[in-house]
Structure formats: structure tokens, C-alpha cells
Design a protein around this ligand. Structure first.
Ligand code: FES
Length: 239
């Protein structure tokens, strides 16, 4: 006797859609997706793309929580789609593009405003008389000041979640300020003065209102708030 297969468990994805070249305003589309073991939100979007709707736009690259490309707003909170398992969510899931950034199509945002602010803090090491490799002894403890804040994957989740970016589009934002602090705290770097000048600007570290949204959503566990506080300290008391 053959036994009927159990109906597959499903989830309902509600995806915010918008194509600025054809749509007057954003709208929601509902998809029902059969759940597979260990399925992530990104896997579910692929299932929609391949089986239901080839017009759905989303961005990804590594599929391993390393590149930051798949950051989006899942059930109202910024997260990496490839690192968010359906098992941790309910049966109805909302998926939206990152906030505070122009929409290219559906879940794909234009990262240009984020990168423009990143560029403003001189986001690279300026070595001066120092040459790589590092001259700071690994066991000195001096490197540990920035170790915890170094792993930013520039996914822009913090930028999207920041209420100050929402109210002041010129605000540099948590990721750029965190990057600035990492370089300011690097004793080999020689561009500290120009970075601190940018950080002290009207739209820099002193505009932060300590909402901590950036800390809550960072998929790397970075605390940009801490970097911002240290930048302020550096400017005010030179420490
Ligand atoms: S696809 Fe690279 S972080 Fe998700």
C-alpha cells in the first residue's frame, strides 16, 4: 500500500516590489514557498525566482554571510538574507529593501550614498613613513583596541537602521564612522587630522543620538556606537 506524501510545510513571503522605471509606487506581492531543510530567506527568494516569478530583483554574491550583498529588511529588521534561516521566522515573512537608499529594483538598492559617505572619511590606511607589514608587535595589546571593530562587511544594515540617517541624509552614518575610528586608532596611520576634521563636521560623530539600532542589526557583532563614542573622546580630550 502506498502512503500519500505529507503536504510540504510552506511559508508566505510578502515582498515589497518597485521598479522605478515602470511603477508609480511600491506594492506588495505574496508568494507561497515550500520549505526545505535549513532554507534561508535568500534560498526562498531563489525558489520564487526560479519557480514562480522571474522578474523578482534581489542582490547576492557569496551566499555565506561574508560579502554583505544580500542585506535587506526581514520582518522589519535589517539582516543578511543568506544568514537568516526560515526556521527562526514565522509562517508569514515580510521582505523589504534596505531603507535610506534609492531603489534600483525590488530588493536591490543603490549603494552610492553609502559609499559616498564611506569615501569622505579617507577609508584607507595612509602609512607615511610606516610600511606594511605592521610594526605593532602582536602581543603588545595595542592592536586589540580596534580588533573587535574591524570585521565590517559594508552591508549597510546599520546605515539602513539608523534613525539619524533617516532625519539627516547628510549624516555620515555608523559604518563610515566605525571605519574612521579604526584608522584613527591605528597608531601607524598619518591621516588622523583630516579624518577627525570630517568626523567633527556638523554631520559627523556628534550628530549621533545613541539609538543603538546599528549595534542591534550588525550581522558581524560590531558596535559602531562604541567607535562613535571613542571618536568624540578623541576630539574632545585627545584620548
Ligand atoms: S550573499 Fe554574501 S552576505 Fe549574503
Amino acid at each position: 500500500m502506498t502512503r500519500a506524501a505529507a503536504p510540504a510545510e510552506t511559508v508566505e513571503l510578502r515582498v515589497r516590489r518597485f521598479d522605478p522605471t515602470t511603477d508609480a509606487r511600491p506594492y506588495w506581492t505574496r508568494y507561497v514557498v515550500a520549505v526545505r531543510p535549513k532554507m534561508s530567506v535568500l534560498d526562498a527568494l531563489f525558489a520564487v525566482l526560479e519557480e514562480q516569478d522571474g522578474t523578482l530583483g534581489f542582490r547576492y554574491s557569496c551566499r555565506a554571510a561574508m560579502c554583505g550583498s544580500c542585506a535587506m529588511v526581514i520582518d522589519g529588521r535589517e539582516a543578511l538574507a543568506c544568514a537568516t534561516r526560515l526556521a527562526r521566522l514565522g509562517r508569514r515573512i515580510t521582505v523589504e529593501p534596505l531603507r535610506r537608499l534609492p531603489i534600483v529594483k525590488d530588493l536591490v538598492t543603490d549603494m552610492e550614498p553609502f559609499w559616498a559617505k564611506w569615501a569622505m572619511v579617507t577609508p584607507y590606511f595612509v602609512g607615511g613613513r610606516y610600511r606594511e607589514p605592521a610594526v605593532i608587535p602582536p602581543d603588545s595589546g595595542r592592536r586589540e583596541i580596534i580588533d573587535a571593530q574591524l570585521d565590517c562587511i559594508t552591508c549597510a544594515a546599520c546605515y539602513s537602521a539608523c534613525p539619524i540617517v533617516a532625519s539627516n541624509p547628510r549624516y555620515l552614518g555608523p559604518a563610515a564612522l566605525n571605519r574612521a575610528y579604526n584608522l584613527v586608532a591605528d597608531e601607524r596611520d598619518t591621516a588622523t587630522a583630516q579624518r577627525l576634521a570630517t568626523v567633527c563636521s556638523e554631520d559627523g560623530a556628534f550628530s549621533c543620538r545613541n539609538a543603538f539600532n546599528c549595534v542591534e542589526v550588525c550581522p558581524q557583532g560590531i558596535d559602531p556606537q562604541r567607535s562613535i563614542l571613542r571618536l568624540r573622546q578623541r576630539v574632545l580630550v585627545g584620548a
